[in-house]
Every structure is written in C-alpha cells, then in structure tokens.
Write a protein that binds this ligand. Structure first.
Ligand code: SF4
Length: 244
C-alpha cells in the first residue's frame, strides 16, 4: 500500500472517530522455525495524526482553501461558499452544497430555501421563548462549490471538500450540529439510511450530537406539509437541547 492510500485509510478511520489503530508486527520473510501466533504484546499502537492542524482557525481554513481546485466542482462555480454566522455558536447547521443564489452571492442558504430556514430558526425560537436570530448560529455546507445543475455531490467530492467542513466543526466545537437533508446527514454520521428514517433522531459526529432533519428546499414543495411539521418538531428539540 502506498503512502497516499494509507493516508486515505487513516483519514477515513479518523472520520469514524477511531483515534488509534493496532497492527501486528510484520512476520519475518522466511521464518527459521514455526512462529507462535501474534499476541497482544506484539501489537504496535499507531497514533493517528490530528484531523486539523494545531491552533486551527477559520481564517487559516479559508486561506488553505484559497482558490481551491482540488475537485471538479471548481469548474462551474462562480464563488466558493465557505460558511456564515457566529463562529462561537453552540449550534451549526450543515447543508449539502450551494445552489444558484448561494453561488452568485458566496453565502450559504440565501435563496428561497435559505429564507425558509431563517423563518424556521427565528420563528421556532420565538415561539419557544428563546432569543435567537439566524446571525447567532453558524451555517455551512458539505461541499463549498455549486454542483452543476444542483446535482448531488459525488462521494469523492464530499470526501475532498469534507476536510474543510471537518476543520470548521473542529474549530467551532458546537454543542449540536443539525444536518439538513439526507446527503449532509450521511456525510456526517456515516449512516446510509434515507432522511425520512433518520430525521428526528440523534446521531454523533465525533463526540458532538447530530440531529437530522429535512433540507428546507424539500419543505418548499407544497405536498410536503407533514414534513414541514416534523422539521419544526426537530428544531424545537434542538433549540431546547442547546439553549435551555
Ligand atoms: S468543492 Fe471544495 S474541494 Fe471542490 S473545488 Fe470547491 S472548495 Fe475545493
């Protein structure tokens, strides 16, 4: 296995929350005599490198992204959509990727779906007696460039760009992450179920609780009124968990 493949394996395990791996000693190429089975004492502990550089900051992440060309999504984008909001927020929302309005403005969730998200956050907080505006929380996406025709990002694009989201989340260390839609939920939790099965349930990203709910663009469709009610229920759970 070459160094690049090994690094990818280690990062994958790290994303699953595994901090160290055990490896058996390599056997001698030509054993002179029958070898005893490997024992625990023969195991070598390999500490994984930290996911984010020490002392990482949002500014550092932004500088590292630069004029990013690490995946094919750079080809059709107008702007990189980094993330927006309060970098000390105890609550972070994570969507799938920028749409046309976000690509034009460089800000996540500013189109119709974004307006609905704002209404949902501020409206639910107000009803529940919690003082909270959209600017108080942080919002980012799994991929930072708009996929052509708003297609779902490919796994390799999410893996490459996901490193920046992971670093953002590691810098913020929120109390709760809320994923919007199935793609973001699967990317952060590693679970493969559809969003209708996962919504309303708690998962974990590293040691941070993750609540899954619908993407607001799904809720904009007129026939999804029941889903809208469910999303409001999910938000209530999150807001009380974070702000009570
Ligand atoms: S989606 Fe992410 S990794 Fe791909 S080009 Fe844009 S910023 Fe870079």
């Amino acid at each position: 296995m070459d160094a690049d493949t090994l690094r990818q394996y280690l990062e994958f395990y790290q994303d699953l929350g595994i901090k160290s791996l055990y490896r058996q000693s390599a056997p001698s190429p030509v054993p002179a005599e029958p070898q005893p089975p490997a024992t625990a004492s023969a195991a070598i502990v390999m500490d994984l490198p930290p996911l984010a550089p020490t002392g990482d900051t949002m500014l550092q992440i932004m500088q590292d992204i630069g004029d990013c060309r690490r995946c094919r999504l750079c080809e059709a984008r107008s702007r990189i959509v980094f993330g927006v909001g309060n970098e000390q927020s105890p609550l972070v929302f994570v969507g799938e990727g920028p749409g046309a309005d976000e690509d034009a403005q460089g800000i996540p969730f500013v189109g119709r779906a974004g307006q609905l998200l704002t209404q949902m956050i501020e409206g639910t907080a107000k009803k529940e007696g919690i003082e909270l505006l959209r600017k108080d929380i942080y919002i980012a996406n799994v991929v930072k460039c708009r996929p052509p025709e708003n297609r779902t990002p490919e796994p390799d694009e999410m893996e490459i760009c996901g490193q920046f989201l992971h670093r953002q989340l590691s810098v913020i260390r929120p109390k709760v992450i809320c994923t919007l839609g199935g793609t973001a939920a699967r990317a952060l939790t590693g679970h493969k179920e559809g969003v209708t099965k996962m919504r309303g349930r708690w998962f974990k990203w590293q040691d941070i609780p993750v609540m899954v709910t619908y993407h607001p663009s799904y809720l904009l469709r007129a026939y999804n009124q029941e889903a809208k009610r469910e999303a409001w229920e999910d938000l209530k759970k999150i807001l009380h968990y974070v702000y009570d």
